[in-house]
Design a protein around this ligand. Structure first.
Ligand SMILES: *[C@@H]1O[C@H](CO)[C@@H](O)[C@H](O)[C@H]1NC(C)=O
Ligand SMILES: *[C@@H]1O[C@H](CO)[C@@H](O)[C@H](O)[C@H]1NC(C)=O
Ligand SMILES: *[C@@H]1O[C@H](CO)[C@@H](O)[C@H](O)[C@H]1NC(C)=O
Ligand SMILES: *[C@@H]1O[C@H](CO)[C@@H](O)[C@H](O)[C@H]1NC(C)=O
Ligand SMILES: *[C@@H]1O[C@H](CO)[C@@H](O)[C@H](O)[C@H]1NC(C)=O
Ligand SMILES: *[C@@H]1O[C@H](CO)[C@@H](O)[C@H](O)[C@H]1NC(C)=O
Ligand SMILES: *[C@@H]1O[C@H](CO)[C@@H](O)[C@H](O)[C@H]1NC(C)=O
Ligand SMILES: *[C@@H]1O[C@H](CO)[C@@H](O)[C@H](O)[C@H]1NC(C)=O
Ligand SMILES: *[C@@H]1O[C@H](CO)[C@@H](O)[C@H](O)[C@H]1NC(C)=O
Ligand SMILES: *[C@@H]1O[C@H](CO)[C@@H](O)[C@H](O)[C@H]1NC(C)=O
Length: 454
């Protein structure tokens, strides 16, 4: 009798573990690039494009069966949140409505956001909390003297969105963003969930950062041992990085190290698309020199003739001191020594969208080499690695499909980069004076008092 029970129990447990294993075996880890192109910013008809952000977010929400974990620096999904009446807020309002409906269908929604934040007029989180969402405002001001700048979504502990966009209607229609959707990938989703948990568990009064973090936050998926998944003809290697260092439990690769690895591994080219580039601190006066990324770039360009291209954003709030640092890189170009460092500035035209605050800019943050795709949430300046929470995805794919119908993630990201680099929105630094929609209009509009984090 007892033996029979034990046997039944054993079979039951074996089934349970088989189910678990199966969910891992089913991991196909399908990677799709995602982007948003601001309204009234046409590209040539034949140019490559990624999945539109609105479609990616709606698909994810449509897929949801059990749970959503979201991290965003701030939330503004309605025009009202910003006191703006503009049809371009409609997609954001639909996302908010969809989230409300999911909560009413008993989907568990967990939202981590930071204090201090931007957009303190927003009622989105109150609305969602009212319907039953679990919301925590994590005090990064107190924890790291920074902000929670991370942006990602985890659906059913199985699908992921990660990238530059905050949960903001402008991200869908008024700001240029880049991210990645990873579907059917419980292994990576559970790993990213551990980073979610580092924020969530500190969302209590008087929290302090554990040092070391308890072992259940540790990971074995990192730069030394990335996750490796084979699905159909594609093999993917991938891992997530985090910053600042105090938010890297045992085994988690520090975001800065991930970026340096990507640069140092390149043999042919490094293409960087970044909102802000400062080899200094950016939020203290006077700034402090901070060269790790700058050194790595100079080093691969000079010592190994790796071809560098930096595509950096300019908008009306750009700190123009950035251009001096960029020039100091581009002047190294020397065909006789086979050194190529090219810099272009990307400007999103404002057009008639002058009624929308803090919009019309290229906000994406990614790097691509002939080997690797890196998609992050941090700008390149010291505080984004020392105080501000962020994450990155490092991914490499190889394919045995001889028809090359499905380009690898790094090939797709390279195409996006080249489309933007060759577009009319990218200009040389010499052509900056007189540009509309960038700091240079009407002289230097920027003032340090208006320093903001985006
Ligand atoms: C568009 O792409 C197609 C297929 O790659 C090519 O055949 C065609 O010539 C291109 N058209 C233009 C205008 O570049
Ligand atoms: C999501 O679901 C809604 C309603 O079920 C549907 O109208 C919409 O087309 C779906 N969107 C996507 C992107 O799948
Ligand atoms: C927003 O603008 C539209 C058209 O410009 C107008 O019909 C509507 O009344 C405005 N809504 C509010 C709340 O001001
Ligand atoms: C949600 O859960 C409540 C309480 O358990 C239940 O009454 C309701 O029917 C559920 N709704 C849906 C759509 O499953
Ligand atoms: C909202 O932000 C503004 C500008 O940053 C600030 O002056 C104001 O005090 C904030 N309001 C609240 C309620 O936090
Ligand atoms: C995820 O896997 C399921 C089951 O294998 C499949 O039906 C679905 O199409 C996959 N979805 C994506 C987006 O890859
Ligand atoms: C937080 O810390 C303050 C000051 O040390 C203390 O007065 C307060 O009781 C603490 N609150 C909680 C919930 O522990
Ligand atoms: C680790 O365990 C503690 C205590 O049970 C729990 O509060 C925490 O959320 C866990 N963290 C993770 C990432 O599982
Ligand atoms: C320049 O460097 C690139 C990248 O290392 C290399 O492929 C190429 O052969 C070099 N060209 C010359 C002329 O040395
Ligand atoms: C704004 O500009 C776009 C194209 O530049 C045009 O299609 C649109 O009608 C304009 N909107 C308004 C309100 O003027």
């Amino acid at each position: 009798m007892v033996a029979g029970l034990v046997l039944v129990l054993m079979i039951y447990l074996m089934n349970l573990s088989t189910v678990r294993d199966d969910s891992y075996l089913q991991d196909s880890c399908n990677f799709q690039l995602v982007e948003s192109i601001p309204w009234d910013m046409p590209y040539g008809s034949n140019s490559s494009a990624a999945k539109p952000l609105y479609q990616a977010w709606m698909e994810l929400l449509n897929m949801t069966q059990e749970s959503i974990h979201m991290v965003s620096y701030y939330w503004t999904l309605t025009g009202k949140d910003l006191d703006v009446n503009d049809t371009s807020s409609q997609q954001g309002e639909e996302i908010l409505k969809k989230l409300e409906n999911l909560i009413l269908e008993n989907i568990s929604v967990f939202i981590a956001t930071g204090v201090p934040s931007k957009a303190n007029l927003s009622t989105d989180l109150k609305v969602l909390e009212g319907k039953g969402a679990h919301v925590k405002q994590v005090d990064f001001g107190h924890l790291t003297h920074g902000v929670l700048h991370t942006k990602f979504w985890i659906i059913d502990r199985k699908h992921i969105f990660l990238g530059s966009p905050n949960v903001d209607w402008r991200a869908l229609t008024q700001v240029k963003e880049v991210g990645v959707l990873i579907s059917n990938c419980s292994c990576l989703a559970n790993d990213l969930w551990k980073t979610f948990q580092t924020y969530w568990d500190l969302g209590v009064t008087n929290a302090t950062i554990p040092s070391p973090w308890p072992s259940n936050y540790s990971t074995s998926i990192n730069r030394h041992t990335p996750l490796e998944v084979q699905f159909k003809e594609t093999t993917t290697k991938a891992y997530f990085s985090a910053s600042p260092l105090s938010f890297c439990p045992e085994g988690r690769t520090f975001d800065l190290e991930a970026i340096l690895d990507v640069i140092n591994d390149a043999e042919q080219f490094v293409y960087v698309s970044m909102m802000e580039y400062f080899p200094t601190s950016h939020f203290r006066h006077p700034p402090r020199y901070w060269p790790p990324i700058d050194n790595a770039l100079r080093s691969v360009a000079i010592s190994r003739n790796v071809h560098l291209r930096l595509l950096i954003s300019c908008w009306i709030h750009t700190d123009p001191s950035m251009f001096h640092y960029l020039k100091s890189l581009s002047v190294l170009t020397n065909p006789r020594a086979n050194i190529t460092i090219e810099v272009k500035i990307f400007i999103v035209p404002v057009g008639n969208h002058t009624n929308i605050p803090f919009a019309r800019l290229n906000h994406g943050k990614y790097t691509v080499t002939e080997k690797t795709a890196y998609i992050g949430t941090s700008n390149w300046a010291e505080e984004y690695f020392s105080r501000t929470a962020g994450v990155g995805l490092v991914a490499q794919q190889s394919s045995t499909d001889s028809t090359k119908r499905n380009p690898t993630i790094q090939q797709q990201l390279r195409s996006l980069f080249e489309r933007d680099w060759n577009s009319k929105y990218s200009i040389n630094m010499e052509d900056l004076p007189g540009q509309r929609d960038c700091v240079w209009k009407d002289g230097f509009r920027y003032s340090r008092e208006h320093q903001i984090i985006v």
